[in-house]
Ligand binder design. Structure first.
Ligand code: NAD
Length: 339
């Protein structure tokens, strides 16, 4: 019998890639999002454009039964969206409401497998002050002190999903994603994250100029290519391990070095200008001991390879934006992430 999956947040970056992967495995896929995918045609068999903050819509969506449910919908963005403080109320309220509605809908229903996307932003700020030695092992999350309200909402939601596991027999697994990047993600408009933003800045810059990097650029991060994220997500969903577990890369790099890498792809003569801006924690790196032990998973993509693909896609997206009629889909690099 054909297996069925529901992807909440299917119009988003990771959700879009997840739908493709599930389709390639022969699933019948239902997608839901408040908007359609902005960078690719959805491959979902059915795509509901609707607001998951509305309880009646969520109940309708969950009316049919699914073999696998992926809850990726959230009000989120990059540092410019999450770390200025300006969007805190919306981020917390909107995402919380989605999670409450989803759990209300799955309570006492036969959802065999439910996955919830949490974030590395749950980890305490005090363990991420040294850019060379951040500690994001899963069991360091308490005593809790996330550096953003986004992180607090994720942490509370994790606990809520696990409480439903205990009290209602829900079978939810939870992953903490660390900076996922790749083609077909947000690359402009204010919600973009650092890898795509860096690619855009470099693609737009004239040789001989500087690109702006927030902070002193010595802050560190690791970045996970989206295909690796989807593979790990699916493995966790189908395992008997509930998590919470990191899904990330351990290849840590400073933001200035990330900028230099992208500048290198462009072949342009560009400098880096460090300016004040929202930076988040000083250092963050995934700790993959637990996921290696439980799922035997590790990322396949090196940062350089993933960033080269992402840069090429952002360059094409920029051309497409300037000449919407002129660029045939085949040459747009849109499929670069879908090997
Ligand atoms: P994304 O913003 O591209 O996808 C989230 C989707 O949720 C969007 O398409 C958005 O329209 C949808 N959504 C928001 N509010 C909604 C509503 N009220 N009703 C219906 N849909 C709604 O983000 P992403 O990068 O694909 O992230 C997916 C999940 O992974 C999110 O939960 C995010 O918090 C988590 N996460 C992502 C990263 C990352 O680096 N990308 C890191 C940590 C955690």
């Amino acid at each position: 019998m054909t297996k069925t999956a529901l992807v909440c947040g299917a119009g988003g970056f990771i959700g879009g890639h997840l739908v493709k992967r599930l389709k390639s495995e022969g699933f019948w896929v239902q997608g839901v999002d408040i908007k359609e995918h902005e960078h690719a045609q959805t491959q979902a068999d059915e795509f509901v454009v609707g607001d998951l903050r509305q309880q009646s819509l969520v109940k309708d969506v969950f009316d049919q039964s699914f073999d696998e449910v992926y809850q990726l919908a959230a009000d989120m963005g990059g540092a410019g969206y999450l770390f200025t403080g300006d969007n805190d109320a919306n981020v917390m309220h909107n995402s919380m409401q989605i999670n409450l509605n989803v759990l209300d809908a799955v309570r006492n229903k036969d959802v065999k497998r439910l996955f919830y996307a949490s974030s590395a932003c749950v980890y305490p700020e005090k363990n991420q002050k040294d850019p060379d030695n951040p500690n994001c092992a899963e069991d360091t999350v308490y005593p809790a002190q996330p550096d953003s309200e986004y992180g607090w909402e994720k942490l509370f939601s994790e606990r809520l999903y696990f409480a439903f596991n205990r009290n209602y027999g829900t079978q939810c697994s939870v992953a903490r994603y660390h900076n996922v990047y790749g083609p077909e993600g947000t690359w402009m408009g204010g919600k973009e994250k650092v890898p795509a933003a860096m690619c855009r800045k470099v693609a737009e810059a004239e040789s001989g100029s500087d690109i702006e990097v927030w902070g002193d650029g010595l802050q560190t991060r690791s970045f996970l290519y989206v295909d690796d994220c989807v593979e790990a997500t699916i493995r966790l969903q189908r395992s008997n391990f509930a998590g919470p577990v990191n899904i990330g890369s351990e290849e840590m790099i400073s933001i200035n070095d990330l900028a230099k890498m992208v500048i290198g792809f462009s072949g342009k003569d560009l400098g880096i200008k460090n300016i004040p801006g929202p930076e988040g924690v000083r250092g963050r790196n995934s700790d993959n001991l637990l996921i290696a032990e439980k799922l035997g998973w590790q990322p396949r993509f090196k940062l350089r390879e993933g960033m080269e693909r992402t840069f090429s896609w952002v360059q094409d997206a920029l051309v497409h934006k300037s000449h919407p009629e002129g660029l045939p889909h085949e040459s747009s690099g849109m499929d670069a992430g879908n090997k």
